[in-house]
Design a protein around this ligand. Structure first.
Ligand SMILES: Nc1ncnc2c1ncn2[C@@H]1O[C@H](COP(=O)(O)OP(=O)(O)OP(=O)(O)O)[C@@H](O)[C@H]1O
Length: 214
C-alpha cells in the first residue's frame, strides 16, 4: 500500500489552519509531523483518519486492493478510547473484533507493552502511562498497515518509550507505514519529516537529515 497526500488544506470554524500539505509514504516509511501547539498536527491526523474533512486537497491510497483508507489504518489519538469499566484484555478483544484483520491475542499484545499483569484488571485501575500502553497494544491485536499516532509518547516512561520505538521499528520492518505527530524524539531512523505551519507560512515536507534522530 502507498499513501499519497496532495495540497491538503484544513479549515476549522471558518479559519484556515494549514494549507499546501503534501507527502507520500511507501511501505516501510515513516513521517514525523512537528509544529508548534495549535499548528494543526492533530487536525492533520484526524483528516487522514477520515474523522475530519479537508477543505481542499487529495488523499489517495494505492495498491490497497479492495480496502478503503479507513480499513487500512489505526489511529491512536490524545484520547485513549478505552472503556474504563472493561478490563485491558476486554478492551483489546473488543478492538480486535471491531477492526478485524486479527493480529496478536490480547494477552500477547499486553505482554509486548509490558502489561501482562493488567490483562484482567479494569482499565479504571490503570495509571495514565498504563492506559496509554493499553491503547498502543491495540495496534497489535489487528493488523493494519498505516499507524497514525498522535503524541504516542505522552505519559510514557523511558522504558515504555523504548518499547514503543521497538514496536514502530518492527512495524516499518514488516512493510508498515507510520505518521506520528510529536514534540519528542522517537528513535526512528531517517523518517520523512513534515513541519505543519500556520496557513500564512506554507507547510512543507522535507527529507529528514539523520542527525536529529527522531
Ligand atoms: N473543534 C474545533 N473547532 C474549531 N477549531 C478547532 C477545533 N479543534 C481544534 N481547533 C483549532 O485547530 C487548530 C489546530 O489544532 P490541533 O489540535 O490540530 O493542533 P496541534 O498542532 O495538534 O496542537 P498541539 O501541539 O497543542 O497538540 C487550533 O488552532 C485549534 O484551536
Amino acid at each position: 500500500m502507498r499513501l499519497v497526500v496532495e495540497d491538503l488544506e484544513s479549515r476549522r470554524s471558518g479559519r484556515r489552519i494549514f494549507e499546501g500539505v503534501s507527502f507520500a509514504l511507501a511501505p516501510g516509511e515513516a513521517l514525523v509531523v512537528t509544529g508548534r501547539n495549535g499548528a494543526g498536527k492533530s487536525t492533520l491526523l484526524a483528516i487522514l483518519s477520515g474523522r475530519l474533512r479537508p477543505a481542499a486537497g487529495l488523499i489517495r491510497v494505492e495498491e490497497a486492493g479492495e480496502r478503503t483508507l479507513a480499513e487500512c489504518l489505526h489511529l491512536v489519538g490524545h484520547r485513549d478510547g478505552l472503556k474504563s469499566a472493561l478490563t485491558a484484555g476486554e478492551n483489546l478483544r473488543f478492538a480486535a473484533d471491531l477492526l478485524g484483520a486479527r493480529g496478536l491475542s490480547s494477552r500477547e499484545a499486553l505482554e509486548r507493552v509490558g502489561l501482562a499483569h493488567a490483562h484482567d484488571l479494569p482499565v479504571a485501575y490503570l495509571s495514565a502511562g498504563q492506559r496509554r500502553r493499553t491503547a498502543l497494544a491495540r495496534l497489535l491485536v489487528a493488523h493494519r498497515p498505516l499507524w497514525l499516532l498522535d503524541e504516542p509518547t505522552s505519559a510514557l516512561d523511558v522504558a515504555s518509550q523504548e518499547t514503543l520505538a521497538d514496536l514502530m521499528k518492527a512495524h516499518l520492518a514488516d512493510g508498515g507505514m507510520l505518521v506520528v505527530a510529536t514534540h519528542q524524539a522517537l528513535g526512528l531512523e531517517n523518517p520523512k519529516r513534515l513541519v505543519v505551519e500556520p496557513a500564512a507560512a506554507r507547510s512543507h515536507a522535507a527529507a529528514f537529515d539523520a542527525e536529529g534522530g527522531w
